[in-house]
Design a binder for this molecule. Structure first.
Ligand code: NAD
Ligand code: UDP
Length: 307
């Protein structure tokens, strides 16, 4: 198949491309290199099945493809809040344009949505039926509400134009190739521990997240794309940790001498987050296989090699 991956030079996109290339597909990587890097797909640059296009998804483009994985959008709060209007444009206009492309060429379209559609959840763990608790005017809204509109667009293109859609709600994912200055918690703690500077815990550190290793997540995306369930489907690792527990785990693993420093909690930071993955288990036969200590070990090794 010929497969388009938007945001393909980013963290998850580049791991997805590795799997698609290894399965002998033709892959087009489309990226504006905001948080992505050519380095992430370097190994495929001279491969005859691989093409890379510098392009912004908010601008129309004509391509002939069989499947579209739509991942283009900065995922770290630091990067999506840097230019919030651009983040909204990417989520709304970018998704609209990619759905239009899917409609024209009759391609199957997978949206990389997010657990952020649940906002600061009042239901725990989060099931796909839960409609969420999102602040529409907060500093996270450009991303949360942007993704909620992206989901709406996907379902309306499906109902109105028969576009073949799949919607994944991705929970916190980590692994090799995250940027050193990505700003998300796992990469921050690892970089800080490796540099021997204090680990920055925001708030009390009692807020929770559930961390999924990137290879597990990519397996879930591929199963969703090629199965019959349109979703939305939660994809994440249900093992839940407080942010402080994560800091202590990284500290013990990398550098027990580093301190923990408390910083203010950013506005609207969700207090708890854990996926209910029953739907992914029953519909896709999918569940994560890599526990946090093993995933962290691999991620630390990657940062160690790069720093
Ligand atoms: P990332 O920032 O590493 O990758 C995003 C990629 O999209 C980058 O390569 C970036 O340059 C590109 N991009 C951004 N705006 C673009 C635009 N307007 N046009 C073209 N390319 C653009 O983030 P990631 O962690 O790999 O996330 C990938 C997708 O998965 C995102 O849609 C994100 O919302 C979603 N997601 C990720 C997580 C996670 O924990 N990593 C969780 C939930 C959802
Ligand atoms: N966080 C932290 N220190 C950091 C970066 C993040 O304590 O250096 C916290 C953040 O406040 C949040 C959690 O870690 O409670 C996860 O943050 P991240 O930005 O990784 O993802 P998201 O909030 O989007 O889930």
């Amino acid at each position: 198949m010929r497969i388009l991956v938007t945001g393909g030079a980013g963290f998850i996109g580049s791991h997805l491309i590795d799997r698609l290339m290894e399965a002998d597909h033709e892959v087009i990587c489309l990226d504006n290199f905001y948080t992505g890097r050519k380095q992430n797909v370097l190994q495929w640059l001279n491969h005859p099945n691989f093409e890379i296009i510098r392009h912004d998804v908010t601008e129309p483009i004509r391509l002939e493809v069989d499947q579209i994985y739509h991942l283009a959008c900065p995922a770290s709060p630091v990067h999506y809040q840097y230019n919030p209007v651009k983040t909204i444009k990417t989520n709304v206009m970018g998704t609209l344009i990619m759905l239009g492309l899917a409609k024209r060429v009759k391609a199957r379209f997978l949206l990389a949505s997010t657990s952020e559609v649940y906002g600061d959840p009042e239901v725990h763990p989060q099931t796909e039926e839960y409609r969420g608790n999102v602040n529409p005017i907060g500093i996270r809204s450009c991303y949360d509400e942007g993704k909620r509109v992206a989901e709406t667009l996907a379902f309306d293109y499906h109902r109105q134009n028969n576009v073949d859609i799949r919607v994944a709600r991705i929970f916190n994912t980590y692994g090799p190739r995250m940027l050193e200055q990505d700003g998300r918690v796992v990469s921050n703690f690892i970089v800080q521990a490796l540099k021997g500077i204090p680990l920055t815990v925001y708030g009390s550190g009692q807020q929770t997240r559930s961390f999924c290793y990137v290879s597990d997540l990519v397996e879930g995306l591929i199963r969703l794309m090629n199965g019959n369930c349109i979703g939305p489907v939660n994809l994440g690792n249900p093992d839940e940790y407080t942010v402080l527990e994560l800091a202590q785990t990284v500290q013990t693993m990398v550098n027990p001498d580093t301190a923990i420093e408390y910083k203010p909690l950013p506005a609207d930071d969700p207090q708890q987050r854990q996926p209910n993955i029953t739907r992914a288990q029953t519909e896709l036969g999918w569940q994560p296989t890599i526990a946090l200590p093993e995933g962290l070990k691999r991620t630390v090794a990657d940062f160690q090699a790069r720093l």
